[in-house]
Write a protein that binds this ligand. Structure first.
Ligand SMILES: *[C@@H]1O[C@H](CO)[C@@H](O)[C@H](O)[C@H]1NC(C)=O
Ligand SMILES: *[C@@H]1O[C@H](CO)[C@@H](O)[C@H](O)[C@H]1NC(C)=O
Ligand SMILES: *[C@@H]1O[C@H](CO)[C@@H](O)[C@H](O)[C@H]1NC(C)=O
Ligand SMILES: *[C@@H]1O[C@H](CO)[C@@H](O)[C@H](O)[C@H]1NC(C)=O
Length: 392
């Protein structure tokens, strides 16, 4: 049957089909060759700028020596000589030489927490569009918005051996609260798996990549018994020294900033978080909290106006200084963001700040290497000597 049909096919069609098939094979070969060519040119390019590509790059003495180092391993090796010690009594800011101290007394933390500490970014957006962090492409020139802050958080976690998660939440189940509220149940769930969870807004930056978080726990007096800690919000316009006003609650107390929360896995912490989550739906216990479902200050307002007054043991909540963990220098407030810089009202400055954290440390090592190899690198040359014999 099939043979019969074959015979019926006119030779002209047959020739055309064979032609199309050969063209297809040829084009496929060309394009395969082309993509191999592109890949190898990227490899060459990366090799030229000294980024090892691992075992699949063509063998050379250089690549086989570095192939076994993971990115994390390479990074930790790179930063090891720069790391500040967890319980050092002081820390010098590399940008301006300012010295900062731990409080008097025994520091609570002396050993690295490693994977017992997790840094989390939480967002209802998938952040997978081009120019965002979860896109397959990457281009530093084009990447924008909160994605940039997340790169800083991930890098910081890797350098110190902490865990990192990006938690992509869906919206509040019946859309009865702002997206920002989804952070609190997500924090609660994540905390079950760690000793500490640091929940940080993606427009906030760890300024000193080489300063361990345990040092900051010591500085902010977050001890083994502390449930939650947050920096305060800014209080003043710096130039006129008049109050901002909107950062205070209805009792006239300054709100803590819920964009940067350190939570410790203690039974009491879960009680506080449960109360916080329930606040807008519990008018009896928290009269007026319903008001914080939507619109800033949302979850921050619920905590600042209700929860912290109910959970008022000194171990329940620690508010630390705004300038340590909130604000940024050009904000015109008293908060300079010394350790964590938070670009709440200055998103345009985020990217440069993230770049700076890397450059301060990576170029410090680069500069250190130049100094170490000074005799090899620097050549003193007398431009007069020998000139007459050779050229004049
Ligand atoms: C981004 O993620 C969402 C779901 O999380 C998906 O629906 C969408 O197709 C993704 N977009 C791209 C460009 O990958
Ligand atoms: C959403 O759910 C909560 C809790 O069950 C309820 O109090 C509230 O009325 C609901 N809101 C809407 C808009 O359905
Ligand atoms: C602490 O909170 C309790 C209620 O949870 C309250 O009775 C008590 O007065 C509060 N203490 C202070 C000092 O505010
Ligand atoms: C350079 O060499 C010339 C000729 O030997 C000598 O006169 C001069 O002092 C040298 N200059 C310096 C800066 O060493």
């Amino acid at each position: 049957m099939a043979l019969q049909k074959m015979r019926d096919i006119k030779p002209v069609y047959l020739a055309a089909s064979v032609g199309i098939f050969l063209t297809f094979v040829f084009v496929t070969l060309i394009s395969t060759h082309h993509s191999v060519h592109i890949k190898s040119s990227i490899r060459d390019h990366l090799r030229n700028i000294n980024i090892p590509l691992g075992p699949s790059s063509s063998p050379s003495i250089y690549s086989s020596r570095v192939a076994s180092i993971s990115f994390e391993g390479a990074l930790r090796t790179l930063y090891a000589p720069l790391l500040a010690s967890i319980d050092s009594p002081n820390f010098v800011d590399p940008t301006d030489g300012q010295e900062y101290h731990l409080p008097d007394g025994e520091p609570a933390w002396r050993k690295p927490l490693g994977k017992e500490l997790c840094i989390v970014d939480i967002d209802t957006r998938p952040l997978n569009e081009s120019n965002q962090i979860m896109s397959e492409e990457f281009n530093w020139q084009n990447i924008e918005g909160v994605s940039v802050g997340m790169l800083n958080h991930y890098l910081y976690a890797l350098i110190h051996g902490y865990d990192y998660k990006f938690i992509h939440t869906s919206q509040w189940f019946n859309n009865s609260r702002d997206d920002v509220w989804t952070k609190i149940p997500a924090l609660r769930e994540t905390l079950q798996d760690y000793r500490f969870v640091v929940m940080i807004d993606a427009d906030a930056v760890f300024r000193n990549l080489h300063l361990p978080y345990e040092w900051l726990l010591n500085r902010w007096d977050i001890t083994e018994d502390t449930s939650l800690a947050m920096p305060l919000d800014p209080e003043w316009y710096e130039d006129s020294h008049t109050p901002l006003g909107y950062t205070k609650n209805k009792y006239g107390d300054l709100n803590p900033n819920a964009g940067f929360v350190t939570a410790q896995n203690l039974p009491r912490t879960f009680e506080i978080l449960d109360a916080w989550i329930s606040c807008p739906d519990n008018e009896e216990r928290y009269p007026g909290c319903d008001h914080f479902r939507k619109g800033w200050p949302a979850e921050q307002g619920a905590f600042g106006e209700h929860i912290r007054y109910e959970f008022n043991k000194t171990t329940d909540f620690k508010a630390f200084s705004c300038t340590d963990g909130n604000g940024f220098p050009s904000q015109n407030s008293e908060c300079k963001g010394i350790f964590v810089r938070h670009f709440t009202t200055g998103k345009g400055e985020l990217k440069a700040a993230v770049g700076d954290t890397l450059l301060h440390t990576l170029f410090a090592r680069t500069h250190g290497d130049i100094m170490r190899r000074w005799g090899d690198v620097v050549i003193e040359r007398n431009s007069t000597e020998g000139l007459d014999e050779a050229y004049l």
